[in-house]
Design a binder for this molecule. Structure first.
Ligand code: GAR
Length: 200
């Protein structure tokens, strides 16, 4: 039976869109079931509306108590029969109830080669700035299972990207993002086929 995917995204949602497109094209045997964003104005919610996928703005504004927010996120995912949670540029920590409800079944994409350039405060453009500041010659993309520690859970897939001497954070981000879109879809396809086993 096709998996139901639940997305959590904070900003543009281009990774989410790549996964949705792959579902629509039949490349992934999965249904985009629901989109949750902590940002009511996010591109991710706009994309959900365009795709007629149920969407919800759930944040510290809608639920000031962290426990209530965590519970509401879980209820929303369960109400849409989600069995795989896809973090797609989600900049908030996943709560303990969500983690306990979907053990080993929350995955994230990170714009760097973990365990380097990861951890709290290391996300998005900051990763590319740190890679350039370190003079690294390669960077890349990591897809991993989410656990209670930022950017820490088991790594499912990685792909390297060469850093050019002419790169700025913007040019690097653009090249890495294109690889993210491919690697995320490819990794989810391998999870669905059983080639990649998620920890339970
Ligand atoms: C992506 O580069 C993603 O890897 C990164 O945020 C960007 C979101 O782009 N996520 C993190 O840094 C998480 N630690 P998108 O909204 O266009 O998918």
């Amino acid at each position: 039976m096709a998996l139901n995917l639940g997305f959590l995204a904070s900003h543009n949602g281009s990774n989410m869109q790549a996964v949705i497109d792959a579902c629509r094209a039949g490349r992934l045997d999965a249904n985009p079931a629901v989109v949750i964003s902590n940002n009511g104005d996010s591109g991710a919610l706009e994309r959900a509306r365009n795709e007629t996928i149920p969407w919800f703005h759930l944040s510290g504004r809608t639920h000031p108590e962290a426990e209530d927010l965590d519970r509401e996120i879980v209820d929303t995912l369960l109400n849409h029969d989600v069995n795989l949670v896809i973090l797609a540029g989600y900049m908030k920590k996943i709560g303990p109830v969500t983690l306990a409800t979907f053990p080993g079944h929350i995955i994230n994409i990170h714009p760097g080669l973990l365990p380097e350039y990861g951890g709290q405060g290391m996300y998005g453009r900051r990763v590319h700035e740190a890679v350039l500041a370190a003079g690294a010659r390669e960077t890349g993309v990591t897809v991993h299972v989410v656990d209670p520690i930022y950017d820490h859970g088991p790594i499912l897939a990685q792909k390297k990207v060469r850093v050019k001497t002419s790169d700025t954070a913007d040019t690097l981000a653009k090249r890495v993002l294109a690889v993210e879109h491919e690697l995320y879809v490819d990794t989810i396809a391998r999870v669905i086929s059983g080639e990649i086993k998620l920890p339970v």
